[in-house]
Design a protein around this ligand. Structure first.
Ligand code: HPA
Length: 330
């Protein structure tokens, strides 16, 4: 039997969810995909109205090894930020009366899922009636002006995997959602970006060391972090940040005609300097330990990403909560 189309798969998931939701939550207006530092947003939803579903219980929903808590570090992170929510789809009201659905944790391409699979939740959101998707992530900073802990409002992307064929819209076009050749020159909604900057001014004190920027995100499939040469290449091509998520979801959301706001938290600075050379005259008498210290400078590590996420969680949460309220204010 032929595999069900993405439309049919999303429809099955929605038919499972909808009858279990109270009427006002059956048509959420906004969907938020919570990356590092943002899962705690689920705690801001009124417990009385909250409806939660384990990813594993929803037909066709992609599950993540991280979301299933197999990773000890993620477990530690989860306890700090999102007690009980990681790997859950959470429905409820934000800002008192905005029906919302939050995805706490996401499946990644690097886990072995197809691009079609990791973006299925976005198609489900469309079928539920969602108009706007907010996507958040942790990223590496390529722009030397960015500091760890800063927030970046994305205004464009580089999708090298997509350019070379790993694209979520590859294959028969899902006509139910959108056109064969969707434009992406307007992918990152200008009005929503303006709303995000204004919301930041309202919730983050002017004297805060944390800054907000606007920039371009480069998608890398991972799971390895990028080499120095790859980082330099992406910087030269115009990227400000790099990460392993978000872009496939954005493309599918735009294909479906939803508005998109994407926010990145800089959790580490990428190493852009060329690798030290083995024939460097100054290094000829260095001990192996000294050489290791030189090479390790600035090296990305998962713990650093998680720690920054913890520290910035509160500002990111305040930013998203305020931006959502402002989006629906008029
Ligand atoms: N590269 C890719 N993904 C990331 C990074 C990075 O440096 N930091 C957080 N996610």
């Amino acid at each position: 039997m032929a595999e069900a189309s993405v439309f049919e798969q999303a429809q099955v998931a929605v038919e499972y969810l909808r009858p279990q939701l109270p009427e006002p939550l059956q048509k959420p207006r906004i969907a938020i995909i919570c990356g590092s530092g943002l899962g705690g947003l689920a705690n801001t939803i009124d417990a009385k109205t909250k409806c939660e579903f384990d990813y594993g219980s929803i037909p066709n929903f992609p599950t993540s090894s991280a979301a299933l808590l197999s990773d000890a570090l993620v477990l530690q992170y989860d306890m700090y930020l999102v007690p009980g929510h990681l790997g859950k789809l959470v429905f409820g009201f934000m800002g008192s009366d905005i029906p919302a659905v939050l995805m706490v944790g996401r499946a990644h391409f690097y886990e072995g899922h197809s691009m079609q699979k990791i973006t299925l939740p976005v198609r489900m959101f469309k079928l539920l009636g969602v108009e706007t998707v907010v996507v958040t992530n942790a990223c590496g900073g390529l722009n030397p002006d960015y500091a760890v802990g800063d927030v970046v409002v994305l205004n464009d992307h580089l999708f090298l995997a997509g350019v070379s064929g790993a694209h979520p819209l590859r294959g028969p076009n899902a006509e139910e959602f959108g056109v064969r050749f969707p434009p992406l020159s307007d992918a990152y909604d200008l009005e929503l970006r303006r709303t995000a900057h204004r919301a930041w001014k309202k919730v983050v004190p002017a004297e805060s060391k944390r800054r907000i920027h606007e920039g371009v995100y480069a998608f890398c499939s991972g799971p390895s972090f990028e080499t120095r040469a790859e980082c330099r290449m992406m910087r030269m091509l115009g990227a400000d940040t790099v990460g392993m998520s978000t872009v496939p979801e954005i493309i599918v959301a735009r294909h479906c005609g939803m508005r998109v706001l994407a926010l990145s938290l800089v959790t580490n600075n990428c190493v852009l300097s060329p690798a030290p050379r083995g024939d460097d005259r100054l290094l000829q008498n260095s001990t192996a330990k000294e050489l290791n210290t030189i090479v390790d400078e600035g090296k990305a590590n998962h713990e650093e990403v998680l720690e920054t996420g913890r520290e910035a969680a509160s500002d990111m949460q305040k930013l998203v909560s305020q931006a959502v309220v402002d989006m629906f204010a008029c």
